[in-house]
Every structure is written in structure tokens, then in C-alpha cells.
Design a protein around this ligand. Structure first.
Ligand SMILES: NC(=O)C1=CN([C@@H]2O[C@H](COP(=O)(O)OP(=O)(O)OC[C@H]3O[C@@H](n4cnc5c(N)ncnc54)[C@H](OP(=O)(O)O)[C@@H]3O)[C@@H](O)[C@H]2O)C=CC1
Ligand SMILES: C[C@H]1O[C@H](OP(=O)(O)OP(=O)(O)OC[C@H]2O[C@@H](n3cnc4c(=O)[nH]c(N)nc43)[C@H](O)[C@@H]2O)[C@@H](O)[C@@H](O)C1=O
Length: 327
């Protein structure tokens, strides 16, 4: 199928199933979903390294690994990642670690002639008060949300590096900007996680303990768009096979909910029957973050896992893995 994005036709570019495919961050929420998707799509040689085996902040080690593994394709799904509190408490780490990880991986990929790279950014790259739904061309048109501006600047630098490689070397590297994601292998730590895993854990623990109330952060009024990691992985492979433009592509569902609404859904799915309270001393973050996904739709991909189904699957996964989740 030929895809026409912004009036430019892209012929399908089927990836070689026998080639080495390096998924940086292969144990994480997104990386593990990409590994599942690649393996179920016939890729025979998907490789990855844990951060203990290969610290991507270590430039020499990254160059040595890339020279040895010689991947033909790379997805960069390794990053320092966290929710609103972690981002606003440790901005230097989110800026510095992510700049180093991405510069090392992208430079080493260039040195080793990696044919196709997918860089993953985040919807927080867009201005805090961007017009909704947020189009790709609103990048750099306004001020960032202060709770994650340091992380966002690192991600913007990654997009620019991908575009610069295209301009200077003509390589077909691309980048995708996911909305808020969730699913198996997420970070469920109460202080470090994003809202959805935090609420699954809080409501599940409260339901099991028979608690009369739970307290969430902020006012509950911000709106967020949630995409299941398996959909994200499918979108990544689709883009690598059907898109070859310089602009970053938004990846989301095209619809959003309030935090209060998602809390009600999680309460229902976990069986929590008590009251929900809101701690307004905690930050709300950006009031709304809904991506315009028309470029992705033009490229031929739309999400298929509903929020209700994705929540049920994730709560079930969490309950099965509660003893081994990362803290
Ligand atoms: N989760 C979300 O809601 C969103 C995520 N994204 C982006 O998607 C990508 C993946 O995020 P996600 O899967 O959620 O994050 P996770 O935290 O689940 O996974 C990140 C992975 O990165 C690896 N990693 C981190 N630091 C290093 C390091 N110094 N050296 C080697 N590996 C490292 C970790 O490896 P190990 O396990 O071995 O320590 C981990 O598996 C990131 O670029 C993120 O910015 C974008 C928008 C939303
Ligand atoms: C993906 C994106 O994720 C981050 O941005 P965010 O969307 O604001 O992230 P969040 O998921 O942590 O919060 C969403 C909303 O939910 C509310 N909320 C309620 N109760 C809890 C709670 O218990 N935990 C958390 N984390 N949030 C809570 C919280 O107050 C906020 O209003 C970026 O830093 C950056 O990492 C990024 O790119």
C-alpha cells in the first residue's frame, strides 16, 4: 500500500526479517512491546541490552556495542522516563541523561551505517497551550509545560538530530511522538510513574485492603490521551515500513479523557467501591494534551485497542506480576 502523507507518496519499504534489529530499551514498556511485535511479525534477530549490561550514557561502550552488533535497524526506546512528579523533581537528570543516551545511540548508528532509525520523543515536546488537537507543526511555537520542559528539550533535540542526519547524509531516519502510554512492563512505582500505572496500583491496593478512600494528585480536570503499548509498537513498525518524511509523526488514539474519568474507570475495573479524593497541592501539568493523528492515519495506521479493553488487560497483567514489578 502506498501512503500519501501531506501530499507526498511513500512506497512501502518492507524491512528485512533476517537483519539485526536493535531495540534500545527492550525491557521497558515500549521496548518490550516492540520486541513482541517484531517477533510476531517474523523478525529473526531482534537484539537488546539491559542498562546494567550497556549503559547508553557511556559513549565508548555504545560505539563498541554498535560496531559489534552491526544492526541494520534501530528503535531508540531507551530513555529516562517518568511521570509529572519525577520530571519536575529531577529536571537535570531528565535533560542530561536523555541528551547523552540519544546523542550516543544516534551518533553510533550513523558511524555504523544503520539503514533505518526510529527515534521516540513524546507529546510533551509541544507548547503547553498548543491548539488542540495538537498538530505536528505546532512544535516550537510556544512555551513548554514547566513540569517537563527539561525532558521536552532533550526530546526536541532528538527530533532535530534525526532531521539533521536526513539533511546531511540523506538517510531515511524518522521520529514518532507518542501520547501517554500504558501496558505490560510499565513503571508502577508510586512516585516515579505516570498516572495510569499509579492509579492501577493505588486502586488495586485499596480494593484489596477494603480502604474507604484513595487520594489522587491534582484536580482531576486535566485531559490526557492514552494509547496501549501494543498499539504503539504496531504503529512503530508501520511507520518504519510506510513513512519516510522529515517531520515527526504523532502517535495516539485521537481521543482523550479527564483524569477523573480515568480514575473512575480504574476504580470500576479493580473493584474499588470507596471515595476518591484529590490532593490539589500536587501539580496538574498541562491542561490538555490531545494529539492530531491525521498524519498517522494518512500513513495508513489507526489504534485498535480501546481504553476499556487496554485497562482490563493491564490490570490483569499488573495482578499477575505484582511481585516482580520494578520499584
Ligand atoms: N511511557 C509513556 O507514557 C511515554 C513514553 N515515551 C517515550 O517512549 C520511550 C520508551 O519509554 P517507556 O518504555 O515508557 O520507558 P521505560 O522506563 O518503561 O523503559 C525505558 C527503558 O530504557 C532503558 N534505559 C534507561 N536508561 C538507560 C541507560 N542509561 N542505558 C541503557 N538503557 C537505559 C531501561 O532499561 P533497563 O530496563 O535495562 O534499565 C528501560 O527498559 C522513551 O523514549 C519515552 O520518552 C513517550 C511518550 C509517553
Ligand atoms: C507522557 C508524559 O508524562 C508526563 O506528563 P503528564 O501527562 O502530566 O504525566 P502524568 O501521567 O504523571 O500525570 C498526568 C496527570 O495525572 C495526574 N495524576 C493524578 N494522580 C496521579 C498519580 O498518582 N501519579 C501521577 N503520575 N499523576 C497523577 C497528574 O497530576 C496529571 O494531571 C511528563 O512528565 C512526561 O513524562 C511525558 O511526556
Amino acid at each position: 500500500m502506498t501512503a500519501a502523507v501531506d501530499g507526498v507518496e511513500y512506497a512501502p519499504h518492507e524491512l528485512d526479517r533476517d537483519a539485526t534489529f536493535y531495540v534500545a530499551g527492550h525491557r521497558g514498556l515500549v521496548g518490550s512491546a516492540i520486541v513482541r511485535k517484531l517477533e510476531s511479525s517474523g523478525f529473526e534477530n531482534v537484539v537488546g541490552k539491559t542498562s546494567a549490561e550497556l549503559d547508553l550514557k557511556d559513549r565508548d561502550a555504545v560505539f563498541a556495542y554498535m560496531a559489534e552488533a552491526k544492526p541494520k535497524y534501530v528503535v531508540l526506546a531507551a530513555a529516562k522516563v517518568g511521570g509529572i512528579l519525577a520530571n519536575s523533581t529531577y529536571p537535570v537528570d531528565f535533560l542530561s541523561d536523555n541528551m547523552r543516551i540519544q546523542v550516543n545511540v544516534l551518533d553510533a548508528a550513523l558511524k555504523n551505517d544503520v539503514e533505518r532509525v526510529l527515534f521516540l520523543g513524546s507529546s510533551c515536546i509541544y507548547p503547553k497551550f498548543a491548539e488542540q488537537p495538537i498538530r505536528e507543526d505546532s512544535l516550537l511555537t510556544g512555551h513548554l509545560e514547566p513540569t517537563n520542559d527539561a525532558y521536552a528539550i532533550a526530546k526536541i533535540a532528538g527530533i532535530l538530530q534525526t532531521q539533521a542526519v536526513r539533511r546531511q547524509y540523506g538517510l531515511p531516519w524518522i521520529s514518532a511522538m507518542p501520547t501517554n502510554l500504558y501496558g505490560p512492563n510499565d513503571n508502577f512505582s508510586p512516585k516515579g510513574s505516570h498516572v495510569l500505572p499509579a492509579l492501577i496500583r493505588r486502586y488495586d491496593e485499596a480494593a484489596k485492603a477494603g480502604a474507604s478512600s484513595v487520594t489522587n494528585w491534582g484536580t482531576g480536570t486535566p485531559r490526557r490521551e492514552f494509547l496501549h503499548a501494543d498499539d504503539m509498537a504496531a504503529a512503530c513498525l508501520h511507520l518504519m515500513e510506510h513513512y519516510d518524511g522529515p517531520d515527526q509523526v504523532n502517535v495516539g488514539t485521537g481521543s482523550d479523557v479527564t483524569i477523573r474519568e480515568i480514575a473512575e474507570t480504574i476504580a470500576r475495573v479493580t473493584g474499588f467501591a470507596g471515595e476518591t479524593e484529590w490532593d490539589t497541592s500536587k501539580p496538574d501539568g498541562t491542561p490538555q494534551k490531545l494529539l492530531d493523528v491525521s498524519k498517522l492515519a494518512e500513513a495508513g495506521w489507526t489504534a485498535s485497542i480501546s481504553l476499556e479493553e487496554g485497562m482490563e488487560r493491564t490490570v490483569a497483567w499488573y495482578r499477575d506480576h505484582v511481585d516482580t514489578i520494578r520499584e
